[in-house]
Ligand binder design. Structure first.
Ligand SMILES: [Zn+2]
Ligand SMILES: [Zn+2]
Length: 395
């Protein structure tokens, strides 16, 4: 029997195992680069499936499954890490660790790709290429860039990549994908404004960094509303603004931090304008500043051909009516973008949002829950994505 004819049945027969794996990971969440328990389970599981396993960046697991032919090489990717959040759900498999929780769905991602690997390994003689299963550490803080540096795209050299995210904003059972920019680039910034401290009753003898800082916050908004094409979304957000210790003392400095997000590729220009405005406002008030940026995520830009493959897989797996192609873009980031900047790639959302099961909380919320009934669909998307890619390569 060919894989495509037995796929749904094989996934069904592994559904219990799928849920068990997911619940075990959920109960034992591990933060980025500390996924020792999780990655050990994944590595052993892949080895038992007859897949060659190597570790990357200590807690990353890379499984290589050679099919009938060595080439092409497709990467299927899942992420392992949890978040520093105290879980507030009532599920029986609630996190056993204080202050750690799988609140983004990566527990589901890991379990789904393990089951997909098991099925694909069983049918390896039908595969016209090699699959590289990448279980990456620390998605929440740009782990992808580090495993790329450590050579995950080489040996064997990856030709294309597919990834997915269980997604509560999308209704359960729907699959969302669109070509082009899907998730924003994000740069975090830390800004220190250096004024001159003084008496609250004599501000003319001081340089007030709070006054300067609020002017900077206002002035920077002009980038989004007056300088940038509004059809190319840009978001400048402040998450921190700390200054002062006392009602009658003018602080000598203020510390601000936030993120700059772009759903387009003009982010370097936006950061340049950001600094120019900071510099001019500080100059106006006689203050000095220090500014640093750190890349959070690159722009996730779906390749049109790879997107077509995923759309076809989605229709096969979930039916035409469950394919969603609009209202998907978000200003949130995803580090799968780093792989997508190296090889043609596509990333899709698998909807798990269902208000009747209270699985419609936002990602990273302490009451975040997954609709487990959707997990088999995620497995099917991985398997069908691989089959569609090799099929396309054959032609
Ligand atoms: Zn997340
Ligand atoms: Zn995530």
């Amino acid at each position: 029997m060919e894989l495509k004819d037995v796929l749904k049945k094989e996934i069904e027969s592994l559904a219990e195992e799928l849920i068990e794996l997911r619940r075990d990971f959920h109960q034992h969440p591990e933060l980025g680069f500390q996924e020792f328990r999780t990655s050990k389970i994944v590595a052993e599981y892949l080895r038992e499936c007859g897949i060659d396993v190597e570790m990357v960046a200590e807690t990353g697991v890379v499984g290589v499954l050679k099919g009938k032919s060595a080439e092409p090489v497709l990467m299927l990717r899942a992420d392992l890490d949890a978040l520093p959040i105290e879980e507030k759900t009532d599920v029986p498999f609630k996190s056993v660790y204080d202050g750690k929780m799988h609140a983004c769905g990566h527990d589901g991602h890991t379990a789904m790709l393990m089951i997909a690997a098991k099925i694909l390994a069983k049918h390896r003689e039908e595969l016209e290429g090699t699959i590289k299963f990448v279980f990456q550490p620390n998605e929440e803080d740009a782990g992808a860039a580090i495993i790329i540096e450590e050579g995950v795209m080489e040996n064997p050299k990856v030709d294309a990549a597919l990834g997915l995210h269980l997604w509560t904003p999308l209704q359960s059972g729907k699959i969302g994908i669109t070509a082009g920019p899907l998730m924003a680039s994000s740069y975090y910034f830390w800004l220190t404004i250096k004024g001159k401290g003084g008496h609250g009753g004599a501000p003319h003898l001081a340089v007030d960094p709070i006054f300067c800082g609020k002017e900077i916050m206002n002035a920077l908004q002009s980038i989004q509303t007056r300088e940038q094409d509004v059809l190319k979304p840009t978001l400048i957000n402040f998450g921190q603004f700390h200054a002062g210790t006392n009602p009658i003392i003018i602080s000598h400095q203020a510390e601000m931090a936030g993120s700059v997000r772009c759903l387009h590729d003009e982010d370097a220009r936006i950061r340049k304008r950001f600094e120019e405005i900071v510099s001019h406002v500080c100059n106006m008030y006689g203050a000095e500043y220090e500014l640093t940026f750190k890349c959070g995520n690159e722009l996730l830009d779906n390749d049109p051909d790879m997107t077509e493959l995923v759309k076809r897989s989605a229709v096969e797996a979930a039916g035409e009516t469950n394919l969603v192609e609009s209202d998907l873009t978000v200003m949130l980031g995803e580090d799968f973008a780093s792989f997508a900047n190296v090889v043609p790639s596509a990333f899709c959302f698998v909807g798990v949002g269902d208000a009747t099961k209270s699985t419609n909380m936002p990602h990273h919320h302490p009451e975040f829950k997954l609709d487990e009934d959707v997990l088999p669909l995620g497995v099917e998307m991985h398997v069908r994505g691989a089959m569609a890619y090799f099929e396309k390569f054959q032609k």
